[in-house]
Design a protein around this ligand. Structure first.
Ligand code: PA5
Length: 432
């Protein structure tokens, strides 16, 4: 993976005048603190280095059973309990149709749309299904409501067999979902107590749906393991995750308010959603933090590109690019050349896309937008595993530099409580 910051078209970090020496001591202090507080939501730091064969074997066993008996896996979850799985699935499975050794994975429980849930149910009539309900707390309203609907649906449709077709992923001890799993003897996977929702994609939360979609979860974890080894380095100069965190922090201190994560492959749109939650929920507290936003190019170059180039100078951009994408398409030669595009014939779309990325970086940098470039060799499970760990590690450092807790989300809890209060009031009113 390569990593650089450019501005005004040249490789240049000096405009930021980063006090690398000053940062290196705060980074080392935070590094040691994060390493030390193991047990308090930093389990993800070391989990890729731990022996996990039993967990992987049982995930793969159940994934094979699901693939052999179902056409669709319905995943019920919200926030960290679904964004990671959907990100990897979308990034690594075909745009049209499903992966050769995988089945369709659909998601519900992320919204309160009656139309969405009803239309999903309608679409499943002719299909065999399994359900994987995922919630660490086991009490979140959106997935809990969706599970109530799907549990009834499964019981009605599969009678006793429903019990085999519902898989629960939740805490080992706490929560209503854990109790329901026990009462109904559902098979269940554990979300480690020391790994929070948005850091949980490499646990059964993400791994079961990802395996069912046909993605190689062992390669994914190998990539994460490589990152966990390389990014264990406390020296800021040698740790690219910490460098990314420091540059973001320095830009924030300089007055930039928004980081725009840009990609050049549409299949990465859901990965961007995962990234948005990771940084948004980890940093946005205490009236601090960069607002994480995303764009997908070329689409957004023709929509929001004007603003980025010439609008209010509030943002910097992080371009995420993969050098190799499995499929590609050649531009054909056409002797008529009415569209005057023969100069591009025999070049591939991916090649042209890479050049468009370079052009975008230079144009935006020349427009005064700081541009960070993250480049990975290939869009595959290994490199995505690496990238996910890279972002999680940067995020924990970045939030800590802001002096906020990277692992809580008091603002989300606030909304959950308010909604419950209002629902109770309207229930009481409705009854009288
Ligand atoms: O990152 C987090 O902790 C949150 O986004 C949660 O994942 C989200 O609120 C869902 O919570 P739960 O898994 O408890 O249903």
């Amino acid at each position: 993976m390569t990593f650089q910051l450019i501005r005004t078209g040249i490789l240049n970090e000096s405009f930021l005048e980063i006090d690398w020496l000053g940062y290196s001591s705060s980074v080392a202090t935070i590094h040691h603190y994060l390493e030390k507080i193991n047990g308090e939501l930093t389990g993800w730091l070391h989990s890729p280095l731990e022996k996990n064969d039993d967990m992987l074997d049982s995930i793969q066993r159940i994934a094979s059973e699901i693939k052999s008996k179902a056409d669709v896996l319905v995943v019920i979850g919200v926030g960290g309990s679904f964004l990671g799985a959907r990100a990897i699935q979308n990034a690594l499975t075909p745009y049209f149709g499903t992966q050769e050794n995988g089945i369709q994975v659909l998601y519900v429980g992320q919204n309160m749309s009656g139309a969405y849930i009803q239309q999903l149910l309608n679409s499943l009539k002719e299909k065999e299904i399994y359900v994987n309900v995922i919630s660490k707390s086991g009490t979140t309203m959106e997935p809990a409501l969706a599970f109530r609907v799907f549990r009834k649906y499964m019981e009605h449709r599969y009678a006793k067999e429903a019990q085999k077709r519902i898989i629960v992923t939740t805490d080992a001890e706490k929560g209503l979902l854990k109790k329901m799993a026990e009462n109904s003897c559902y098979r269940h996977f554990v979300i480690p107590a020391n790994i929070g929702g948005r850091y949980s994609v490499l646990t059964p939360v993400g791994l079961l749906p990802i395996a069912v979609a046909g993605v190689d979860i062992r390669r994914l974890l190998e990539g994460a393991k490589k990152a966990a080894i390389l990014l264990k380095e406390e020296n800021l100069e040698l740790n690219e995750a910490y460098r990314y965190a420091v540059i973001r922090h320095a830009l924030y201190k300089k007055g930039y308010q928004l980081e725009l994560l840009a990609t050049f492959e549409p299949s990465l749109a859901k990965l961007q959603e995962w990234w948005k939650q990771l940084f948004g929920e980890s940093e946005g507290k205490g009236k601090k933090g960069l607002f994480p936003a995303t764009v997908s190019y070329s689409t957004d170059l023709h929509a929001i590109g004007q603003f980025i180039q010439e609008g209010s100078p509030i943002l910097f951009e992080t371009l995420l690019h993969f050098k190799e994408i499995t499929d590609d398409c050649q531009v054909p030669f056409d002797h008529r050349n009415e569209d005057e595009l023969n100069y591009l014939s025999n070049r591939s779309f991916n090649e042209i896309n890479a050049i468009s990325k370079q052009g975008t970086a230079i144009a935006h940098a020349e427009g005064g937008v700081p541009v960070i470039q993250l480049e990975l060799e290939r869009l595959d499970a290994y490199h995505l595993g690496y990238l996910i760990y890279f972002f999680m590690k940067s995020c924990a450092m970045s939030a800590s530099l802001l002096q906020v807790n990277p692992f809580d989300q008091p603002g989300v809890e606030m909304y959950k409580n308010k909604m419950k209060e209002l629902l109770n009031i309207s229930y009481v009113k409705f009854r009288h």
